[in-house]
Design a protein around this ligand. Structure first.
Ligand code: PMP
Length: 336
């Protein structure tokens, strides 16, 4: 075989499997399908955004081999940037809130990123992790990936996640469900699918403490009560990646529903997922219930439970936070 057909890791992001979530599909009479983004080289959906942002900056001459990339991230974008960065000759400096899982922080260090952990602060605070990354870029002349407002992020999903889902379902999907961190996944995938067939419902699943449900259903970001332990999602402002995006429905999802789903999939179906995947799937279940049997609903399995073993998969942590890991999954359909 011609060796020119073999390619490095940066060319093996995406083309992830679409997995049938058996029990929830059977219970709802719908096909509930999860795009296995945890199978990307860096272990999450954010590899796509990281690659897209890097390729875009390279094409505009804003990034050259040997340069340093700096980013504020809940972890997964930093992992993606570091993996792709190594493959393409860049260093990374990652600014991450200290509230994020120790697994992600230590993985970033092991991968060779220069990691700066900072206290969790709101976006309006100059000490917010993302603002610190922006400032460092300006001071040091580094490239700031700016995943929240750099629309190369959503474009990566428009040109890869969307077409893959369309092809894998032979265009038969009726709905796409996604939570919002930067909004890149929801916006890019959603805009592509709507362009193919506008009847495909675009659904936002939002954790408590975030303002996307408020934004999409009320047109303002004022309602953001409650809290969530889901990492990587939970947005309180309208990022540039969400510009012009209209969804058909938005749901608020409790962490308990997501925990119940994540444990059911682990126990019965061999799927080991993080909590944002559970939020997404709970949104898919809700849409299935509202729309009735016969739907084909696609959502995102954002990352693996491996990154949350010390929290979500530790009995002591669950007990301290009053979560139940052994609830029957039917309880999610009953609204608890
Ligand atoms: N889940 C996890 C675990 C994530 O790290 C992220 C990215 N922040 C998301 C979901 C949300 O993806 P997006 O940034 O495309 O909205």
């Amino acid at each position: 075989m011609n060796p020119r057909h073999y390619q490095g890791i940066e060319n093996h992001i995406g083309k992830t499997p679409l997995i049938r979530l058996r029990r929830l599909s059977d219970l709802t009479g719908c096909e509930i399908l999860g795009k296995a983004e945890f199978m990307n080289p860096g272990g999450s959906v954010k590899d796509r955004a990281a690659l897209g942002i890097i390729l875009d900056a390279e094409s505009e001459g804003r990034l050259r081999p040997g340069d340093t990339i700096v980013e504020g991230t809940a972890g997964n974008t930093g992992i993606g940037l570091t993996v792709v960065g190594h493959a393409k000759g860049y260093r990374t400096v990652i600014v991450i809130p200290e509230t994020q899982s120790p697994e992600k922080i230590s993985l970033l260090r092991t991968l060779g990123a220069n990691v700066l952990t900072v206290p969790e602060r709101p976006y309006s605070d100059p000490e917010n992790y993302n603002r610190i990354a922006q400032r460092l870029a300006a001071e040091k002349g580094w490239f700031w990936a700016n995943q929240f407002d750099n629309t190369a992020n959503r474009h990566a999903h428009f040109s890869s996640t969307g077409p893959e889902i369309w092809d894998q379902t032979a265009g038969e999907l009726t709905a796409f469900v996604s939570a919002v961190g930067t909004g890149g996944t929801l916006a890019g995938t959603g805009l592509y699918l709507k362009e193919r067939r506008k009847e495909i419902a675009l659904i936002c699943a939002d954790p408590y403490g975030a303002a996307m449900w408020s934004w999409f259903t009320q047109g303002h970001t004022d309602i953001k009560d409650g809290e969530s332990y889901a990492e990587g999602i939970g947005q309180t402002r309208v990022t540039k990646n969400l510009d012009g995006v209209v969804v058909d429905r938005a749901y608020r999802v409790t962490d308990q529903s997501a925990v119940t789903i994540v444990y059911q999939l682990l126990r019965d179906e061999g799927l080991f997922l993080g909590l944002s995947s559970g939020i997404n799937i709970a949104g898919a279940v809700r849409y299935a219930q509202e729309s009735g049997p016969g739907q084909t609903i696609v959502t995102i399995l954002c990352d693996s439970g491996l990154k949350y073993q010390s929290k979500l998969f530790a009995r002591q942590w669950l007990e301290e936070h009053h979560f139940y890991w052994d609830r029957p999954v039917e309880s999610v359909l009953e609204g608890s």
